[in-house]
Design a binder for this molecule. Sequence first.
Ligand SMILES: Cc1ncc(COP(=O)(O)O)c(C=O)c1O
Length: 383
Amino acid sequence: MSKKNIFSKIPNQGKTIFAIMSELAQQHQAIDLSRGFPDFNTHQELMDLYCSFIQKGYNQYAPVDGLMSLRERIAEMTQSLYQAEYLPDSEITITGGATEALFTAITAFVREGDEVLIFEPAYDSYSPAVKLNGGIPAFIEMPRPNYSFDWESLQRAITGNTRMIILNNPHNPTGAVMSAWDVEKLSKIVKGTNILLLSDEVYEHVVFDGASHESLALYPKLKDRTVIVNSFGKTFHVTGWRIGYVLAPKELMNEFRKIHQFLMYTVNTPVQYAFEEFLKTPHPFQQIKEMYQRKRDILVKGLEGTKFKVSPSKGTYFQCVDYAAISDEKDFEFASRLIRENNVASIPTSYFYKAKNDNKVIRFCFAKQDETLYKALEQLSKI
Ligand SMILES: Cc1ncc(COP(=O)(O)O)c(C=O)c1O
């Protein structure tokens, strides 16, 4: 077939920057602070459970919406964390990570010509999913250097065609965290409209300096218009296991499941059994927060003595740093040179903007062993 007949549905979409930078990091055997995954293991008990369920023969398709007993565990967990009731049979679905959940939710609700509002810089899977469904992404820039959620601009961006607002709290890559005041602003904006909220909360347990996570599950008034996306991969340091879940009221979940059944069909069975067993004991989520706070502090303190400018991340396991005092190279060039010459991999943040804004900012992931962070800091302090 002639190449001319392969019509790309997203012609301007390249390979994700996460793959590009981590391939480059591997080539140069660099200390990899680029992609968002831990370089340490999950709980031994969870790994043992996964292996044991494989050995016991739990290796065939699970129920399409996920194992009911796991959904019950999630309902209990959500009740205890956010005092929110989601019914296991009709309001909770197990997904193939947050990535599948986001794509499914966007496919279920975004129609041709619908506008979807996204704060940027933005995690890179939202916009392609909107476009593939015929939707139109519109971006609201988060003002630097504090990267707040700009509600006035969001309000101005709303039109009669606005179908959905995608929220990511805590926010990748900026580390911004929504406060109760932010949610209040959001509530006022959507009141009386038919706008849906897609709330990506995969870093729900990673907020710092005494702040608490304002899950939209905490807000009953927003519940009937909100789809919440969570990731066991992120929470339990097993991003390769590809498991997450979605919370949504029955009417929205009904539509979500119509797509999920064909996109994913079912999610890894022994992993679901492992989590079901593991979560029988309430998890000490506070420990996750404390661990990442310590790691953020190691990175921020270590960077204080360098020419990088840092405003401490408020949540997630990412830290944005400004390198304008070191170089005026474009961020991709600077990040590539950092790998080649200084052996440290990062992500250039221009890839989180539609217009590839070059703010001279790169993102480091600090979900790494302390030793990895100290090695990276040793390299960075030589610059
Ligand atoms: C904001 C955000 N949402 C979703 C995902 C994807 O999560 P998962 O690995 O569960 O698909 C990521 C991964 O980095 C992320 O940063």
